[in-house]
Design a protein around this ligand. Structure first.
Ligand SMILES: [Ca+2]
Length: 493
């Protein structure tokens, strides 16, 4: 009898163990020897108007970017990452919503203030982390901010307040900075300090060599200071800290010593191709160098390059300051660090300057993802879109990927840089669309004109093959791929 009772008792205990095992396993998922599993931190650093071609780790041999290069050496550097729209507002709206510009309904800078209403109840990237217990903070420009107007005014711009626990603007004097001033293009500028907008500085190649060697009062210095302070004060809580640097967006303001590092006469401009515009459709001629006074002005062009590189190097220095603090606090082993730009930029390729073009230098972005502890370093040729960050960061941090996200989870690429998750990458402007496959870049404008480039044999996009009979089949294939892509935007979102 005793034996029978004991046996029943043991059976009961066994049943209880079996029932509770999955629950216990679930509970243990949050525990490690010695305490709860640490949630991973996210440090997202975004530069403004930075082309990948200006960075040492992307092959530039003139501009020196040791801190970004060092991050690249311990992370995955993506060689074929693309923004969704080569201008600030829409590209940032896409990245932060995880949706294509058509679906978030921000298809121009002017539409940036529709983001909050259009996003509705769907969480943004920062908000998603906040909702899951991370401290979420914005430092300076993450959503659209007009540079220099919103910076000199020290205001939010069209922000999305629900993304953040805290948001910090980094007000600076920009074109009013003390130092040596030069205006290298033709725009008419108004100099009215108390008015921040419609002064003409937003697209002008206006340069300032500041007197202060440290760049005191500059927004990127202030942003790095704030980021360092936030890392210190949040080192014990999981954080999602997004840091926006406004350089190398114009005006090109940096301390004099950074200009001195790049004497204009020593710099090489992109090769001038004879009759380069002959096979580019009119809709593809982006910013006419003639209208801003840069045609045949090699001296001015080199000065712009000098000021751009000075601004990039100065921004790189601020990136270094933030990452040094991350190391000093011992946070690197538990922090995912992302460095990227909002879109690319032309520095004289095809005689184009600035953004808004659907060509390679304008649509491609630098993107570096450094995993905690710097594991899995390397480079990836996988096609990537900026909207892939939302699902990727969510997945790495063990929080659900929201249903509205249209990007891909890149975790497998981060584990093995040879892995591919995409067949195409897509970008648009008000003039048309660009779709990349691993081999081809196809651009289709609203007026029906096209460009087709063989990115394997012609990475500089010098020969437009859209009208070549020999490439008719490829052209039609790319047209079909693009049509399918555009069709996919017409879903319930
Ligand atoms: Ca920008």
């Amino acid at each position: 009898m005793q034996l029978l009772l004991s046996s029943k008792k043991y059976q009961l205990i066994l049943v209880l163990i079996l029932i509770s095992a999955p629950l216990l396993t679930g509970a243990f998922q949050h525990l490690q020897a010695g305490g709860p599993i640490q949630k991973k931190n996210v440090l997202l650093i975004i530069a403004d108007d930075l082309t990948a071609t200006a960075l040492g780790c992307y092959g530039n041999r003139q501009c020196r970017t040791p801190h970004i290069d060092k991050l690249a050496s311990r992370g995955i550097r993506f060689e074929n990452a693309y923004c969704q729209f080569p201008v600030c507002g829409p590209s940032r709206a896409a990245m932060m919503s995880g949706m294509y510009c058509q679906n978030i309904g921000v298809i121009g800078n002017g539409a940036s203030d529709r983001f909050t209403a259009n996003l509705g109840n769907r969480p943004s990237l920062g908000q998603h982390f906040k909702n899951h217990g991370w401290y979420s903070a914005r430092v300076s420009k993450i959503y659209h901010m007009r540079v220099p107007g919103d910076i000199t005014a020290g205001v939010d711009g069209p922000d999305h307040k629900a993304s953040w626990d805290d948001a910090f603007n980094c007000q600076g004097p920009e074109w009013m900075s003390a130092g040596k001033h030069e205006h290298l293009s033709n725009e008419k500028l108004k100099r009215i300090p108390e008015q921040h907008y419609k002064l003409g500085f937003g697209g002008a190649f206006y340069t300032v060599r500041t007197q202060s060697a440290a760049g005191d009062f500059q927004p990127d210095k202030i942003a790095a200071d704030k980021a360092i302070q936030l890392l210190k004060s949040n080192k014990n809580s999981p954080f999602f800290i997004a840091v926006g640097f406004v350089r190398p967006h114009v005006p090109l303001v940096a301390p004099e010593k950074y200009f001195e590092d790049y004497p204009a006469s020593n710099l090489s401009l992109p090769e001038k191709i004879q009759n380069d515009w002959q096979d580019i459709p009119k809709a593809g001629i982006s910013k006419n160098t003639k209208s801003i006074g840069l045609n045949d002005q090699i001296g001015k062009q080199k000065k712009i390059l000098q000021a751009y590189y000075a601004s990039v190097a100065y921004m790189d220095h601020q990136v270094g300051r933030v990452l040094t603090e991350l190391d000093r606090l011992g946070l690197r082993n538990n922090t995912i660090v992302i460095f990227k730009s909002d879109h690319g930029y032309h520095l004289g390729e095809h005689d184009f300057w600035q953004k808004m073009s659907l060509h390679e230098e304008s649509t491609r972005i630098p993107l570096i993802v450094s995993m905690p502890g710097g594991s899995h370093a390397g480079k990836s040729s996988c096609l990537v879109e900026a909207i892939d960050l939302f699902p990727t960061l969510s997945a790495i941090c063990g929080i659900p990927i929201p249903e509205h996200c249209q990007g891909k989870d890149l975790r497998r690429v981060l584990q093995n840089p040879n892995h591919k998750v995409r067949d195409t990458a897509y970008c648009m402007t008000g003039r048309g669309h660009m779709i990349r496959s691993s081999r081809w870049a196809y651009i289709q404008y609203k007026d029906g004109s096209n460009e087709l480039y063989d990115m394997k044999n012609d990475p500089q996009q010098i020969t437009n093959l859209a009208n070549a009979a020999s490439h008719r089949t490829t052209l039609n294939q790319m047209k079909t791929i693009l049509a399918d892509k555009l069709q996919s935007f017409a879903g319930p979102d």
